[in-house]
Design a protein around this ligand. Structure first.
Ligand code: SF4
Ligand SMILES: [Zn+2]
Ligand SMILES: [Zn+2]
Length: 484
């Protein structure tokens, strides 16, 4: 039975608690973290208490014993009303509003008492709102409601599977308390419907609502501590690439595709202390990634990490054996505050890699992939759910084909050993963005076959489909540093 296309009492209560949660619940529920064990057992306990309360009404009937289509269930519920016996979990619609009461108990010839069962040992504000919404829907659906009750567990009683229902419940008439709660029902419904219409969730500051009456499922996402890792792209594109990843304690550089003096000046303008950089990692031997490596390594006295085959086989590498540290794909390289894992990518060089960088002190994971015509499944798997994703979005395929470039070059760029297009980048993002992901930087944008706007649009459309409008997306620039 599918009920969440309507505004149900759950949605209503979500909206009262937090409009952000209500929006996320409506539009991006599939991305929610799993229920924590403690919360799941609370819900199980609630169901057990609900079943227990039904034992008090021996002639009662359950409205929905078997799975049935929702429309059939609504007809069935209306028919049950004719029987004039206690009904459990009766669902009714009024316009696009849906309410389901725990117990509806007949009174006199045509009236009903509405009884809401709660597993708590006292009545909370949210319980009154719950009853007020149900009453509103029922009255408008033509049910003659007499009085409203909340049945809660008696403090100090032992509520369990085998207890006697008569010993554990207290029935409280809350009818006279309801007017204040009923007064806001219509406005609250309108507000929620407006929120649902928005194309992203409202910006709500975390507060008491995040942990009371229970911890919100989005708590860890909304209350995320400030990131420790800072990423600066000194420049990205066919004229040079260099990225610095810093923790509080240390920093590493990925690629040195500008002359060393230019890199040093870019570091200074980005206010990065050059002595903090403990090592340089090379993705591949194209000049726009390795040009300044030798001189920078000498200047800063840092090792250059690169793939074993790139060092031994490439004629483009001018590094001395003394200044290199060689690795193979999937090695776990422990440097300063980071564990760096080179992952294979496809590109027209000897052994191109991307990197997964994990910060030891903060636990953050950063994935960096540029210059890749294609990514195989193991690399995609390794990049999944990174806190920060840095991924190539090189060209717009149509603009590339319409460009003045010679055909062999077009084929090379678009080929599986070339560069990721906006489209391909979008596909990879759709596979790897996870609940931890908070930042994305698009890399290596072609200056004449792409625009910042096009690249960002492709990626943003993917994020929209994933319901992840909260992720901060930037496009790296060729000539000026950007930081997150
Ligand atoms: S954690 Fe707090 S701010 Fe975030 S959705 Fe939940 S209640 Fe709203
Ligand atoms: Zn390049
Ligand atoms: Zn390249």
């Amino acid at each position: 039975m599918r009920t969440h296309d309507f505004l149900s009492q759950n949605s209503y209560l979500n909206g009262l608690k937090c409009q952000k949660f209500a929006w996320e619940y409506k539009h991006a529920r599939d991305n929610f973290p799993k229920l924590e064990k403690a919360t799941a057992s609370l819900f199980d306990y609630g169901h057990m208490i609900g079943d227990k309360a039904q034992e008090l009404y021996t002639n009662g009937i359950l409205a929905c014993e078997n799975e049935m289509p929702f429309s059939d269930y609504l007809i069935h519920c209306k028919e049950l009303l004719e029987k004039r016996v206690p009904i459990f979990e009766l669902g009714l619609m009024f316009k696009n509003l849906y309410a389901q009461s725990d117990i509806l108990n007949p009174v006199g010839d045509d009236q009903w008492d509405l009884i809401e069962v709660k597993s708590g040992r006292a009545i909370a504000d949210v319980n009154y709102h719950d009853v007020a919404f149900q009453r509103y829907v029922y009255l408008n659906a033509g049910i003659n409601i007499n009085r409203c009750f909340i049945m809660h567990v008696i403090p100090g009683s032992k509520a369990g599977q085998n207890c006697n229902a008569k010993d554990i419940f207290q029935l409280v008439d809350v009818t006279d308390k309801l007017p204040a709660y009923s007064a806001i029902v219509e406005d609250s419904i309108c507000q929620l419907l407006e929120t649902w219409k928005q194309d992203k969730s409202p910006n709500i500051c975390p507060g008491k609502q995040c942990s009371k009456p229970y911890k919100c499922r989005l708590y860890d996402i909304c209350n995320k501590k400030d990131k420790e890792v800072k990423v600066t792209v000194l420049g990205s594109g066919s004229k040079g690439n260099s990225i610095v990843i810093e923790s509080a304690k240390s920093a590493i550089m990925i690629d040195a595709g500008f002359d060393a003096p230019e890199i040093l000046s870019k570091l200074a303008s980005a206010q990065i202390a050059k002595n903090k950089i403990s090592s340089l990692f090379i993705t591949h031997e194209h000049s726009d990634h390795i040009k300044g490596a030798k001189e920078l390594s000498e200047n800063l006295s840092i090792p250059v990490y690169l793939h074993n085959n790139v060092f031994t086989k490439s004629k483009w590498v001018n590094l001395d054996a003394a200044q290199v540290s060689l690795f193979r794909q999937w090695d776990k390289i422990d440097v300063a505050d980071f564990i760096v894992t080179p992952i294979p990518v496809l590109h027209d060089t000897i052994a191109p890699v991307g990197y997964i960088v994990e910060c030891k002190s903060s636990g953050e994971k950063i994935s960096i992939v540029t210059d890749a015509g294609f990514l195989q499944e193991p690399a995609i798997k390794a990049m999944k759910n990174s806190d920060i994703i840095m991924l190539e979005s090189n060209h717009d395929i149509k603009t590339l084909h319409n460009s003045q470039r010679p055909d062999f070059l077009k084929d090379r760029i678009a080929g599986y050993k070339g560069h990721l297009s906006n489209n391909q980048c979008g596909y990879v993002l759709s596979q790897i963005v996870g609940k931890r992901t908070s930042e994305i930087i698009l890399l290596h944008r072609s200056e004449d076959c792409n625009t910042e706007e096009l690249a960002a649009n492709y990626a943003n459309n993917v994020l929209k489909k994933l319901g992840r409008c909260d992720i901060n997306l930037q496009v790296a620039k060729q000539y000026e540093p950007i930081s997150i």
